[in-house]
Design a protein around this ligand. Structure first.
Ligand code: SF4
Length: 238
């Protein structure tokens, strides 16, 4: 068995354990490549792990199309959580629609309204949640464990792809004919909200296209906490 096949088997085993021991559990999908690996594994195995996505109101059309593409491919409707419209209105009134470019605080405030609060709603009542984060995605995530305690949400958080490389992700997607976000073919290895994500050049860090105007130390959206603390990037190096 190849190293990749072993990784796939381990990841399937992790998902089966989550389904067995942590019901109810949910998977937070950003609809990017990593998340499509987990979507494929969960849905093909019929595991009782709900899949949801945060529709921030600022996503690319290509990302939104993934909701329909998943439905077509698997007959499964991903649950969508949207921000509170009153909170969005208040943010826009105070800071402007794109106020997040002005300062880290304003950017975090936008993420708080459009991502963090809806995430809290999506996770309410769950025993565990699952993400598609990988250790190799950035130095922020160099210590990422497969399983950790998310004290902010008071539940267990699983990162079943923690050990996966980018090559593993694409090997899996191609081998299993999994639909993926068209932006990945346009230089977007990491995909978030449209105004906060851009294509990168060959050789650039794969997270370099996210919040590129900020100091790397501040580049997190507030969705991922370790021991109650927001994960921060430790260095710029890939
Ligand atoms: S990524 Fe950008 S647009 Fe999306 S919630 Fe954060 S600051 Fe707002």
């Amino acid at each position: 068995m190849s190293a990749h096949d072993t990784l796939v088997e381990q990841t399937r085993a992790t998902l089966e354990r989550i389904a067995r021991e942590f019901t109810p559990a949910v998977f937070a999908s950003s609809l990017a490549a990593e998340d499509m690996v987990l979507t494929d594994m969960i849905l093909k195995a019929g595991l009782p792990i709900g899949i949801f996505s945060l529709e921030t109101g600022r996503l690319h059309p290509e990302t939104l199309q993934m909701l329909d593409r998943v439905k077509e491919a698997y007959g499964y409707e991903i649950a969508v959580y949207r921000p509170d419209p009153l909170a969005v209105d208040a943010y826009v009134a105070e800071h402007g629609l794109n106020g997040f470019y002005d300062s880290v605080d304003k950017r975090r405030a936008c993420c708080a309204v459009r991502k963090v609060e809806p995430l809290g709603r999506a996770l309410a009542g769950q025993k565990a949640w699952v993400t598609g984060q990988r250790r190799a995605q950035s130095t922020t995530r160099s210590d990422l464990p497969v399983e950790e305690q998310d004290t902010a949400h008071n539940m267990v958080k699983f990162n079943p792809l923690a050990d996966w490389s980018e090559d593993d992700v694409w090997t899996y997607l191609r081998a299993h004919n999994v639909p993926y976000n068209a932006l990945h073919d346009q230089g977007f290895p990491s995909i978030g909200c449209a105004p906060c994500t851009r294509a990168i050049q060959p050789g650039e860090d794969i997270r370099a296209g996210r919040w590129w105007w900020e100091n790397p130390d501040s580049k997190e959206c507030g969705l991922h906490f370790v021991d109650g603390k927001l994960i921060r990037i430790k260095s710029v190096a890939a």
